[in-house]
Design a protein around this ligand. Sequence first.
Ligand SMILES: *Cc1c(COP(=O)(O)O)cnc(C)c1O
Length: 444
Amino acid sequence: MTTIEADAITRERKIVTAIPGPKSQAMHERRKNAVSNGVGAALPVYIAAAHDSIVVDIDGNQFIDMASGIGVTTIGHTDPAVVSAVQNQVASFTHTCFTVTPYEDYVRVAELLAAHTPGTHAKKAVLVNSGAEAIENAIKIARKYTGKNAVGVLDHAYHGRTNMTMAMNFKNSPYATGYGSLGTAVFRAPSSYPYWDGLTGEEAAERTIWYFEKQVGVDDLACIFAEPIQGEGGFMVPADGYLNAIQAWCTKNNVVFIADEVQSGMARTGAYFASETFGLVPDLITTAKGIAGGMPLAGVVGRAEIMDASHPGGLGGTFGGNPVSCAASVAVFEQIERENLLAEARRVEKTLVGGLLELQKKYPFIGEVRGKGAMIAIELVQPGTKTSNPEAVTKAIAYAFQKGVLLLNAGTNYNVIRFLPSVKTSDALLLDVVSVLDEAFATI
Ligand SMILES: *Cc1c(COP(=O)(O)O)cnc(C)c1O
């Protein structure tokens, strides 16, 4: 095991071997014999340490992290307040099971979620382990509250890899391929994708609602899930008014509107939750990824009367709301306030979008620059069309990887490069990333 102290990491990319380096390549061979092939490996350098926006591999290469896992280390790697909260909690107790003998930080996280999600109504929360588990629980909660069964989802959605969430993803392939029969009573409708459909929010909402009315009907529809900014789908920002019109229709028809903010939440978009940036007050919000600085934690938060429809014992689980994860989460909330990180996310947007729009002037295959805060994407197309250009995405990401920048793709057609940096990433590093992309695009 190589150990590197966080404060020994310089704030720069630095490539000192081939990528992946010899130690990472050897480790990857070891992995192939031990780890299921079903587990992907997007950027197979093995990590020794990380701090802020820099990740160091076991060969001593340093990368600028534009992935943050997948949008998890939103306030940076090894944030000192998170590190010390975790260390302190590990030393006092690591587990009691909240449903057996409870502890304060679980309650504190529930209070913080209620305080920082849109709307002034009474709210309650339940904590679980993963984004997909939060979605599964939100379905149970909505079904119990409404006494109805069907689940509505949108085109290009991604909700997870458990049995029910597999059925909710837009892409059956690869997420559900060969994994047998899927959770039932899931209905899908077109979303708002302004770059593709050119519809106003009102028009797109009318179309979505028409699908749900015709396919299911409000008598059977328990809930609708929408990612306020779709994540794996490609960071589509819906047209103004789209989400609000669907929430209003849900309210009128006793359908629970659930904003899946697993990727877009927790300061990612310059607000605590992206819903707020649309003036949207969802009935329930699912959260995970950035909520606990890299520790596994997720939750469902929303209207108290909906959350309380569940009977005691219906919700929960052994590890849900683990005390170490909750301590980390409290520290994340405190850091967002203390370091004014919502404003930092907006700074990231300004710098990154500014740089990417300059690139768009130069490269006709950049179809659209979009997103909010530190959740930014570019959609790559065949010049002069809106036809997806996944080859250019793959090439650019591979080039950046060689130069010390970690980037992820996204998009139903793998047609999008997404940027999910820590909101604390300096302007200098962001502009360095733009310059690496400039080089990458010049080779295409
Ligand atoms: C990642 C993600 C999930 C699934 O979360 P896991 O923690 O991987 O189970 C669900 N919804 C959205 C929007 C996501 O981005």
